[in-house]
Design a protein around this ligand. Sequence first.
Ligand SMILES: *[C@@H]1O[C@H](CO)[C@@H](O)[C@H](O)[C@H]1NC(C)=O
Ligand SMILES: *[C@@H]1O[C@H](CO)[C@@H](O)[C@H](O)[C@H]1NC(C)=O
Ligand SMILES: *[C@@H]1O[C@H](CO)[C@@H](O)[C@H](O)[C@H]1NC(C)=O
Length: 450
Amino acid sequence: MHLKYSLVVGAIAASCAFAGVIVPGATWTDTSGNVIQAHGGGFLKVGSTFYWFGEDKSHNSGLFKAVSCYTSTDFVSWARNNDALTPIAGTNISTSNIVERPKVVFNKSTNQYVMWFHSDSSNYGAAMVGVATASSPCGPYTYKSSFKPLGADSRDMGLYQDDDAAQTVYLLYASDNNQNFKISRLDSSYLNVQSQVSVLSGSTLESPGILKRNGVYYLFASHTTGWDPNPNKFFTASSLSGPWSSQADIAPEATRTYFSQNAYDMLMSSNFAVYMGDRWRPSLLGSSRYIWYPMTWNTGSPQIVAADVWSIDISAGSFTAATGTAYEAESGTISGSAQLLSDSSFSGGRAIGWLGNGGSVTINNVQGVGKQQWVSLYYANGDSAWRNTTISVNGGSPVIVDQPNTGGGHTILSVPVKLSLQSGANSITVSANQNSYAADLDKIIVYTAT
Ligand SMILES: *[C@@H]1O[C@H](CO)[C@@H](O)[C@H](O)[C@H]1NC(C)=O
Ligand SMILES: *[C@@H]1O[C@H](CO)[C@@H](O)[C@H](O)[C@H]1NC(C)=O
Ligand SMILES: *[C@@H]1O[C@H](CO)[C@@H](O)[C@H](O)[C@H]1NC(C)=O
C-alpha cells in the first residue's frame, strides 16, 4: 500500500447517471448526481434498506476524510446520507491518519450499530483496528478507540456476522505485517476482540470477505500487491476455525479479478452472490471505480460472471446479465498508423493495434436504438500505466475512456462508456485525433439495457 498524493483535481471521464443497471467500472453517481465515494465498502441490510459504508476519497488522498453512508432498496440507486464517521483532531482518526474498509454490524440486544475499520498512521505503521458505535445505521458514529487486536497487527480487515443463535461476529484481518491472515471472535458486545479462532499462516492475504452458503464458509481475499490488482482467491471451510481449503480462483487469473480487489461479498440467494470490488487508481484515488459482478456456483465453486451490464432483482434474489451486439475492431476501417494484430487471445484472432498517435479505426453500421447506450470496449494494454482512448460517434465530439493496464498485451479487459447512438446505423471512430497511444482494440459490444 503505497500512498501517493495527487494534486489533480478533475478527471475527464464518461460520467453517467446510474439507472436500472449495474455497470462495473463506470463512474457511478448517487441520486443527487454526485460521484459515489464509498471505497473499500461494507454493507448492512436493515429491513428492506441496504446501507453502503465506504471511504470518501474525493480529496484524492489516502488520508481520512469521512466514512460515507449510502442507502438503497434496489442495490442500484444509492442516496448519500450524513457521513457516518468524520475525523477527530488529536486522536487516531484525525485528518492525518488512515481510516479504511469500514464494516458495520448490528447488536440486537443493545440496539447498537458497531463499526469496525482499519485504523492506521499515514505510513501504515500503526496497523490497528478502530471501533465506533451509533444508535442508527448511518450514525453519526461515536469513536471509541483504536488498538491492535490481541496485541497483533491488523491492516486490511472485514467483519463476518454468523447465523448462529448468538449472531457471533468475527474480525477477519491481515496480521503480522500482512504475512498471516487471522480470524478472531468478538465478544458478545461486538466491541472487543475475544479470541483467535483461525490463522492462515504465511498466506499474505488482504481485503477479506466471508459468506456462508449451504453450511460452508467461503473466504474471499486478495493477495498483497499494494494498489495493483492480483487474482483474488477463495477458500472454504465447514467451520470458521478451519481447516481452510487451499486457495482457488474466482476469475481467470490473467484478468487479475478484472482489475479489482475484493471489498465485500454478499449472498443474495442460494446460487447468487455479489462480488463487490474496488478498481483502485492510486494517482487519482477519488476516481477509483467499483467493480461489482454476480458470482454463481454453476461450476460448483464461486465464479465471477463478468457481465458488462447487469440488473438485479432483490426480491427474487436473481440477476440478469444483459446481452449486446459485438462488432469486431478488425471489421472496421483503419487509418494512419493503425495495424491489424493477430493473436489467439483476441476474439476472432484479430485486433487493431497502434491506435492513437495518428492511428484510428472506424467501425461502421453499428446499430443503435436512438438513445444513450452502454458500449463496452474490449482492449489490451500491455503497458505498466493506464492508457485512454478517444471515441467519436458519427463524427461528433470525442469522449475519453480510461484503459487500465491489462497486465500483458494479450489479456483482454472491457471498460464501459455511454454513447449517444442514433436509431439505425452509426459510425464509431476509436482513437481519432489522439496524441498518445491508446490500447489495442479487440471489439466493442453495444447494449440496449439501461
Ligand atoms: C495513535 O496511535 C499511535 C500508534 O499506536 C499511538 O502511538 C498514539 O499515541 C495514538 N494516539 C494519537 C492521539 O495519535
Ligand atoms: C449484544 O450485546 C449484548 C450486551 O453487550 C449481548 O449480551 C448480546 O448477546 C449481543 N448480541 C446480540 C446479537 O444481541
Ligand atoms: C491519456 O493518456 C495519456 C498517456 O498515455 C496521458 O498523458 C493523458 O493525460 C491521458 N488523458 C486523459 C484525459 O486522461
